[in-house]
Design a protein around this ligand. Structure first.
Ligand code: AMP
Length: 281
């Protein structure tokens, strides 16, 4: 596995692969890798000729009071995982390589970026869309793999790819959970033992919602209220949002029919976790 630290070197390598007619798969991450990330890597390996994984804790997607500085990092362990998974290149640039002095250009996906997580994290999706567009341009992938864990993120990337005529197929991979239901996340490392236990209310709430819908519930307000009451019963949990929305527009779903995305964000102490489930009615 090649470890690439500069934009110039990454471009040369990707260009060489393209010249050889090899299809490039791309998996952007912030590192501190877990099975969720590795599921994207495996999908890329299965569907493309060469796989590039990016590890970049992107400063522009963090708010001033968020966890940029203390976001967990372990490059050595990550590199070992990726090597064992058969990844061809790990692209790990410095922040100054991606945002050199004088940097001023940003991508905004209007309407979608301000809903759900965007409401409590202003500027977050602007940072995400900007870095992903830059990375797409540097790597030039045929396919890029994103997790359904970050449902709003992948929707925004898809929208950006369509709107800007990007020549890349955006692939959404299923959300990977711990055996007890907790969605895998690098931020789970922040949780103390009591919080880790408490965090199960997220998947419990979403599973309850799936069952309620299977039993005939069609009122979005009642569904959201039911999830909220499960989460609020846990003293360590503080809800940021719980919403049932149209998965294309992220507007609140008035009644439950067709495709519905139930998404939530909840704080446990300072740790903010997200989870979601897609309902097909
Ligand atoms: P991150 O490193 O958290 O920015 O995530 C990098 C990529 O991995 C994103 O496309 C995420 O959606 C995806 N990912 C993170 N956690 C999971 C998970 N539990 N299941 C599936 N994909 C995930």
């Amino acid at each position: 596995m090649k470890i690439v630290r500069t934009v110039a070197e990454m471009r040369i390598l990707a260009r060489q692969w393209r010249r050889e007619g090899r299809g490039i798969g791309f998996v952007p991450t912030m590192g501190y890798l877990h099975e969720g990330h590795l599921s994207l890597v495996r999908e890329s390996k299965a569907r493309t000729d060469v796989t590039v994984v990016n590890i970049f804790v992107n400063p522009t997607q963090f708010g001033p009071n968020e966890d940029f500085k203390k976001y967990p990092r372990d490059l050595e362990k990550d590199a070992a995982y990726l090597q064992a998974a058969g990844v061809d290149a790990l692209f790990h640039p410095d922040a100054a390589e991606i945002y050199p002095p004088g940097y001023r250009t940003y991508v905004e996906v209007e309407g979608l970026q301000d809903k759900l997580c965007g409401r409590s994290r202003p500027g977050h999706f602007r940072g995400v869309a900007t870095v992903v567009l830059k990375l797409f341009d540097i790597v030039g992938p045929d396919r890029a793999f994103f997790g359904a864990k970050d449902a709003q993120q992948v929707l925004i990337i898809r929208r950006m790819a369509v709107d800007l005529d990007l020549d890349v197929e955006v692939v959404t991979c299923p959300l990977v959970r711990e055996p007890d239901g907790l969605a895998l996340s690098s931020r789970n490392a922040y949780l103390g033992p009591a919080e880790r236990k408490a965090a199960l209310v997220l998947s419990t709430g979403l599973r309850w919602a799936e069952k309620a819908v299977a039993a005939g519930e069609r009122d979005a307000g009642r569904l959201v209220a039911g999830i909220r009451s499960i989460i609020e019963a846990e003293p360590l949990a503080r809800i940021d949002y719980v919403e049932a929305v149209d998965p294309e527009t992220l507007d609140p779903a008035a009644d439950l029919r067709g495709e519905v995305l139930v998404a939530l964000a909840v704080f446990f102490g300072k740790t903010r976790l997200i989870d979601n489930v897609r309902l097909h009615l």
